[in-house]
Write a protein that binds this ligand. Structure first.
Ligand code: C5P
Length: 327
Protein backbone atom coordinates (compact mmCIF):
# COMPACT_ATOMS: atom_id res chain seq x y z
CA UNK A 1 0.00 0.00 0.00
CA UNK A 2 1.40 3.39 -0.98
CA UNK A 3 1.45 6.24 1.54
CA UNK A 4 0.80 9.83 0.43
CA UNK A 5 1.91 12.86 2.47
CA UNK A 6 1.33 16.58 1.99
CA UNK A 7 4.65 18.36 2.02
CA UNK A 8 3.88 21.88 3.28
CA UNK A 9 6.04 24.93 2.58
CA UNK A 10 7.50 27.37 5.12
CA UNK A 11 8.11 31.08 5.18
CA UNK A 12 10.57 32.91 7.44
CA UNK A 13 8.90 35.59 9.53
CA UNK A 14 12.37 36.99 10.14
CA UNK A 15 15.94 35.82 9.73
CA UNK A 16 19.19 37.11 11.18
CA UNK A 17 22.56 35.91 9.90
CA UNK A 18 25.37 35.71 12.41
CA UNK A 19 29.08 34.95 12.18
CA UNK A 20 30.43 32.27 9.86
CA UNK A 21 31.51 29.23 11.83
CA UNK A 22 34.60 27.03 11.53
CA UNK A 23 32.46 24.37 9.76
CA UNK A 24 31.60 26.88 6.99
CA UNK A 25 28.01 27.41 8.08
CA UNK A 26 26.63 30.65 9.52
CA UNK A 27 24.99 31.04 12.90
CA UNK A 28 21.35 31.82 12.29
CA UNK A 29 18.30 32.95 14.20
CA UNK A 30 14.97 32.69 12.47
CA UNK A 31 11.26 32.23 13.01
CA UNK A 32 9.83 29.66 10.62
CA UNK A 33 6.11 29.41 9.91
CA UNK A 34 4.53 26.59 7.92
CA UNK A 35 1.90 27.48 5.30
CA UNK A 36 -0.84 25.44 3.65
CA UNK A 37 0.66 25.53 0.12
CA UNK A 38 2.23 22.13 -0.50
CA UNK A 39 3.79 19.52 -2.77
CA UNK A 40 2.65 15.90 -2.51
CA UNK A 41 5.03 13.01 -1.82
CA UNK A 42 4.01 9.39 -2.37
CA UNK A 43 6.05 6.39 -1.35
CA UNK A 44 5.65 2.74 -2.21
CA UNK A 45 7.84 -0.03 -0.82
CA UNK A 46 8.20 -3.50 -2.23
CA UNK A 47 10.65 -6.37 -1.99
CA UNK A 48 14.02 -5.73 -3.58
CA UNK A 49 16.61 -3.04 -3.41
CA UNK A 50 17.13 0.55 -4.58
CA UNK A 51 15.48 3.96 -4.33
CA UNK A 52 13.79 5.42 -7.38
CA UNK A 53 12.72 9.09 -7.45
CA UNK A 54 10.03 10.16 -9.91
CA UNK A 55 9.20 13.80 -10.57
CA UNK A 56 7.88 15.47 -13.70
CA UNK A 57 9.63 18.76 -12.92
CA UNK A 58 13.01 18.71 -14.73
CA UNK A 59 14.51 21.05 -12.10
CA UNK A 60 14.24 18.28 -9.49
CA UNK A 61 17.21 15.87 -9.48
CA UNK A 62 16.08 12.23 -9.46
CA UNK A 63 19.42 10.77 -8.32
CA UNK A 64 21.08 10.21 -4.94
CA UNK A 65 21.50 13.99 -4.43
CA UNK A 66 17.72 14.37 -4.00
CA UNK A 67 16.92 15.15 -0.36
CA UNK A 68 14.15 12.49 -0.35
CA UNK A 69 16.66 9.88 -1.52
CA UNK A 70 19.15 10.94 1.15
CA UNK A 71 16.63 10.68 3.96
CA UNK A 72 15.18 7.35 2.79
CA UNK A 73 18.66 5.89 2.36
CA UNK A 74 19.66 6.90 5.89
CA UNK A 75 16.43 5.47 7.33
CA UNK A 76 16.99 2.08 5.66
CA UNK A 77 20.58 2.06 6.91
CA UNK A 78 19.41 2.83 10.44
CA UNK A 79 16.99 -0.10 10.33
CA UNK A 80 19.55 -2.26 8.47
CA UNK A 81 16.73 -3.04 6.10
CA UNK A 82 16.53 -3.67 2.36
CA UNK A 83 13.56 -2.51 0.31
CA UNK A 84 12.73 -1.27 -3.16
CA UNK A 85 11.32 2.25 -2.78
CA UNK A 86 9.54 4.35 -5.39
CA UNK A 87 9.17 7.98 -4.26
CA UNK A 88 6.96 10.19 -6.42
CA UNK A 89 7.06 13.97 -5.95
CA UNK A 90 4.20 16.07 -7.27
CA UNK A 91 5.67 19.57 -7.48
CA UNK A 92 3.53 22.65 -6.94
CA UNK A 93 6.05 24.77 -5.02
CA UNK A 94 8.96 26.57 -6.68
CA UNK A 95 12.35 24.83 -6.68
CA UNK A 96 15.07 26.88 -4.88
CA UNK A 97 12.38 29.37 -3.95
CA UNK A 98 13.12 29.94 -0.25
CA UNK A 99 10.02 28.01 0.79
CA UNK A 100 11.97 24.97 2.02
CA UNK A 101 10.20 22.76 -0.53
CA UNK A 102 13.06 20.28 -1.04
CA UNK A 103 13.57 20.02 2.73
CA UNK A 104 9.86 19.55 3.31
CA UNK A 105 9.75 16.83 0.60
CA UNK A 106 12.49 15.00 2.49
CA UNK A 107 10.66 15.15 5.83
CA UNK A 108 7.43 14.08 4.11
CA UNK A 109 9.41 11.08 2.85
CA UNK A 110 10.41 10.34 6.44
CA UNK A 111 6.79 10.44 7.67
CA UNK A 112 5.63 8.34 4.72
CA UNK A 113 8.35 5.72 5.01
CA UNK A 114 7.77 5.25 8.74
CA UNK A 115 4.12 4.61 8.01
CA UNK A 116 4.76 2.46 4.93
CA UNK A 117 7.19 0.20 6.81
CA UNK A 118 5.22 0.52 10.09
CA UNK A 119 8.41 1.37 11.89
CA UNK A 120 8.64 4.75 13.68
CA UNK A 121 12.10 6.15 14.28
CA UNK A 122 13.01 7.39 17.76
CA UNK A 123 12.70 11.23 17.88
CA UNK A 124 16.44 11.77 18.33
CA UNK A 125 17.16 9.62 15.26
CA UNK A 126 14.63 11.60 13.20
CA UNK A 127 16.34 14.83 14.19
CA UNK A 128 19.82 13.43 13.58
CA UNK A 129 18.98 12.30 10.03
CA UNK A 130 17.14 15.53 9.18
CA UNK A 131 19.88 17.82 10.51
CA UNK A 132 22.48 15.81 8.58
CA UNK A 133 20.63 16.20 5.29
CA UNK A 134 20.04 19.97 5.60
CA UNK A 135 19.58 22.91 7.97
CA UNK A 136 15.98 23.48 6.88
CA UNK A 137 14.67 19.95 7.45
CA UNK A 138 14.13 19.75 11.23
CA UNK A 139 11.54 22.56 11.31
CA UNK A 140 9.24 20.28 9.31
CA UNK A 141 9.37 17.68 12.07
CA UNK A 142 7.43 20.21 14.18
CA UNK A 143 5.43 22.48 11.85
CA UNK A 144 3.56 25.63 12.97
CA UNK A 145 5.54 28.57 14.32
CA UNK A 146 9.11 27.43 15.05
CA UNK A 147 12.24 29.12 16.38
CA UNK A 148 15.36 28.04 14.47
CA UNK A 149 18.84 28.46 15.96
CA UNK A 150 22.32 27.05 15.35
CA UNK A 151 22.59 26.84 11.56
CA UNK A 152 18.79 26.70 11.47
CA UNK A 153 18.59 23.02 12.44
CA UNK A 154 18.04 23.53 16.19
CA UNK A 155 14.29 23.92 16.38
CA UNK A 156 11.91 24.84 19.17
CA UNK A 157 8.12 25.07 18.85
CA UNK A 158 6.72 28.56 19.53
CA UNK A 159 3.13 29.36 20.51
CA UNK A 160 1.11 29.32 17.31
CA UNK A 161 -0.32 32.45 15.69
CA UNK A 162 -3.89 32.65 14.56
CA UNK A 163 -4.23 31.59 10.92
CA UNK A 164 -3.18 34.47 8.68
CA UNK A 165 -3.96 34.90 4.98
CA UNK A 166 -0.77 34.81 2.94
CA UNK A 167 0.09 35.66 -0.65
CA UNK A 168 3.20 34.06 -2.13
CA UNK A 169 4.85 35.69 -5.12
CA UNK A 170 7.45 33.55 -6.88
CA UNK A 171 9.45 35.47 -9.51
CA UNK A 172 11.20 33.31 -12.10
CA UNK A 173 14.58 33.74 -10.40
CA UNK A 174 16.46 30.99 -8.56
CA UNK A 175 18.65 32.33 -5.74
CA UNK A 176 21.48 30.03 -4.64
CA UNK A 177 21.52 29.87 -0.81
CA UNK A 178 25.29 29.21 -0.46
CA UNK A 179 25.95 32.14 -2.82
CA UNK A 180 23.61 34.38 -0.78
CA UNK A 181 25.58 33.50 2.37
CA UNK A 182 28.86 34.32 0.58
CA UNK A 183 27.37 37.63 -0.55
CA UNK A 184 26.40 38.33 3.05
CA UNK A 185 30.03 37.81 4.16
CA UNK A 186 31.27 40.19 1.44
CA UNK A 187 28.59 42.72 2.43
CA UNK A 188 29.62 42.61 6.09
CA UNK A 189 33.27 43.10 5.14
CA UNK A 190 32.48 46.07 2.90
CA UNK A 191 30.36 47.62 5.66
CA UNK A 192 33.27 47.25 8.06
CA UNK A 193 35.69 48.78 5.53
CA UNK A 194 33.37 51.74 5.02
CA UNK A 195 33.39 52.37 8.76
CA UNK A 196 37.09 51.60 9.09
CA UNK A 197 36.41 48.76 11.49
CA UNK A 198 37.51 45.18 11.71
CA UNK A 199 34.82 43.04 10.08
CA UNK A 200 32.01 42.64 12.60
CA UNK A 201 31.50 39.19 14.02
CA UNK A 202 27.88 39.25 12.98
CA UNK A 203 26.71 38.88 16.54
CA UNK A 204 25.32 42.42 16.29
CA UNK A 205 22.63 41.25 13.84
CA UNK A 206 21.81 38.30 16.08
CA UNK A 207 21.32 40.35 19.19
CA UNK A 208 19.14 42.85 17.29
CA UNK A 209 16.98 39.99 16.01
CA UNK A 210 16.89 38.48 19.44
CA UNK A 211 15.52 41.69 20.92
CA UNK A 212 12.94 42.13 18.16
CA UNK A 213 11.79 38.51 18.39
CA UNK A 214 11.55 38.77 22.16
CA UNK A 215 9.55 41.97 21.84
CA UNK A 216 7.17 40.38 19.33
CA UNK A 217 6.70 37.22 21.38
CA UNK A 218 6.07 39.33 24.47
CA UNK A 219 3.34 41.31 22.64
CA UNK A 220 1.76 38.01 21.62
CA UNK A 221 1.86 36.84 25.16
CA UNK A 222 0.17 40.01 26.35
CA UNK A 223 -2.47 40.01 23.61
CA UNK A 224 -3.03 36.30 24.28
CA UNK A 225 -4.52 35.57 20.86
CA UNK A 226 -5.27 31.86 20.69
CA UNK A 227 -4.27 30.05 17.48
CA UNK A 228 -7.85 28.99 16.75
CA UNK A 229 -9.04 32.60 16.33
CA UNK A 230 -8.46 34.03 12.86
CA UNK A 231 -10.41 36.95 11.35
CA UNK A 232 -10.15 40.27 13.09
CA UNK A 233 -7.93 38.95 15.80
CA UNK A 234 -5.24 38.17 13.22
CA UNK A 235 -4.58 41.89 13.15
CA UNK A 236 -2.83 42.02 16.50
CA UNK A 237 0.14 39.69 15.91
CA UNK A 238 0.62 41.17 12.45
CA UNK A 239 0.85 44.72 13.69
CA UNK A 240 3.07 43.54 16.50
CA UNK A 241 5.37 41.86 13.99
CA UNK A 242 5.79 45.16 12.16
CA UNK A 243 6.15 47.10 15.41
CA UNK A 244 8.92 44.79 16.65
CA UNK A 245 10.90 45.47 13.43
CA UNK A 246 11.60 41.83 12.57
CA UNK A 247 13.44 41.58 9.24
CA UNK A 248 15.18 39.15 6.92
CA UNK A 249 18.91 39.94 6.57
CA UNK A 250 19.04 38.23 3.17
CA UNK A 251 17.05 41.15 1.72
CA UNK A 252 20.13 43.32 2.15
CA UNK A 253 22.19 41.23 -0.28
CA UNK A 254 19.50 39.70 -2.50
CA UNK A 255 17.57 42.92 -3.32
CA UNK A 256 20.57 44.80 -4.76
CA UNK A 257 21.22 41.84 -7.10
CA UNK A 258 17.61 41.25 -8.05
CA UNK A 259 15.93 44.69 -7.87
CA UNK A 260 12.73 43.12 -9.24
CA UNK A 261 12.32 41.38 -5.87
CA UNK A 262 12.37 44.70 -4.03
CA UNK A 263 9.72 45.87 -6.48
CA UNK A 264 7.57 42.83 -5.61
CA UNK A 265 7.82 43.70 -1.93
CA UNK A 266 6.64 47.23 -2.74
CA UNK A 267 3.73 45.82 -4.76
CA UNK A 268 2.73 43.54 -1.85
CA UNK A 269 2.79 46.52 0.50
CA UNK A 270 0.94 48.72 -1.97
CA UNK A 271 -1.70 46.00 -2.21
CA UNK A 272 -2.31 46.14 1.52
CA UNK A 273 0.01 43.52 3.06
CA UNK A 274 0.49 44.22 6.76
CA UNK A 275 3.83 42.46 6.65
CA UNK A 276 5.83 41.59 3.52
CA UNK A 277 9.24 39.94 3.27
CA UNK A 278 11.59 37.72 1.35
CA UNK A 279 11.35 34.08 2.49
CA UNK A 280 14.73 32.51 3.32
CA UNK A 281 17.23 33.55 0.65
CA UNK A 282 14.35 33.88 -1.86
CA UNK A 283 13.28 34.31 -4.46
CA UNK A 284 9.75 33.88 -3.10
CA UNK A 285 8.29 36.95 -1.41
CA UNK A 286 5.28 36.73 0.86
CA UNK A 287 2.69 39.13 2.19
CA UNK A 288 0.52 38.55 5.26
CA UNK A 289 -3.01 39.93 5.29
CA UNK A 290 -5.68 40.41 7.93
CA UNK A 291 -8.35 38.62 5.94
CA UNK A 292 -8.52 36.16 3.08
CA UNK A 293 -10.69 38.61 1.11
CA UNK A 294 -7.95 41.24 1.19
CA UNK A 295 -5.37 38.63 0.18
CA UNK A 296 -7.48 37.41 -2.75
CA UNK A 297 -8.08 40.99 -3.94
CA UNK A 298 -4.36 41.76 -3.76
CA UNK A 299 -3.48 38.51 -5.55
CA UNK A 300 -5.92 39.28 -8.37
CA UNK A 301 -4.36 42.68 -8.88
CA UNK A 302 -0.81 41.29 -8.84
CA UNK A 303 -1.75 38.45 -11.15
CA UNK A 304 -3.19 40.99 -13.60
CA UNK A 305 0.23 42.69 -13.49
CA UNK A 306 1.84 39.41 -14.60
CA UNK A 307 3.19 38.14 -11.26
CA UNK A 308 3.06 34.42 -10.36
CA UNK A 309 0.97 34.46 -7.16
CA UNK A 310 -0.52 31.85 -4.83
CA UNK A 311 -3.04 32.62 -2.10
CA UNK A 312 -2.54 30.43 0.94
CA UNK A 313 -2.61 30.75 4.74
CA UNK A 314 -0.34 30.05 7.66
CA UNK A 315 -0.70 26.54 9.05
CA UNK A 316 -0.65 26.14 12.84
CA UNK A 317 1.01 23.03 14.29
CA UNK A 318 -2.19 21.17 15.08
CA UNK A 319 -3.35 21.52 11.46
CA UNK A 320 0.08 20.70 10.12
CA UNK A 321 -0.18 17.39 11.93
CA UNK A 322 -3.83 16.74 11.15
CA UNK A 323 -3.51 17.48 7.44
CA UNK A 324 -0.19 15.76 6.85
CA UNK A 325 -1.44 12.39 5.67
CA UNK A 326 -3.62 12.59 2.58
CA UNK A 327 -6.62 10.27 2.75
O1 C5P B 1 22.20 23.02 5.34
P1 C5P B 1 22.04 23.18 3.88
O2 C5P B 1 22.61 22.01 3.11
O3 C5P B 1 20.68 23.49 3.45
O4 C5P B 1 22.92 24.44 3.50
C1 C5P B 1 23.27 24.70 2.17
C2 C5P B 1 24.47 25.65 2.17
O5 C5P B 1 24.07 26.94 2.65
C3 C5P B 1 25.62 25.24 3.07
O6 C5P B 1 26.52 24.39 2.41
C4 C5P B 1 26.26 26.56 3.42
O7 C5P B 1 27.07 27.00 2.35
C5 C5P B 1 25.08 27.53 3.46
N1 C5P B 1 24.56 27.72 4.84
C6 C5P B 1 25.26 28.53 5.69
N2 C5P B 1 24.77 28.73 6.96
C7 C5P B 1 23.62 28.16 7.37
C8 C5P B 1 22.89 27.32 6.50
C9 C5P B 1 23.40 27.12 5.23
O8 C5P B 1 26.31 29.09 5.35
N3 C5P B 1 23.15 28.41 8.59
Amino acid sequence: MAVTVRSFAKINLGLAIGPSRPDGYHALETIYQTVAAHDVVRIEASRGNGIEIRCKNPQVPCDETNTCYRVADRMLRHWKQRAKLVITIEKNLPVQGGLGAGSSNAVATMFALERELKEPLPPDERLRICAEVGSDLPLFLLGGCVLGLGRGEQVYPLADLPTLACVLVSPAVAVSTPQAFRDWDAFMESEAAAWNLTPPSGSVTLSKFNRSAFEWLSYLDVSGVPAECGGDRAETPLLDLVRAGIENDFERVVFPQYPELRDVKRVLEREGADYASLSGSGSTMFGLYRTRERAVQAAEQMSAEGLAVTVTETLPRSQYRAQRFAK
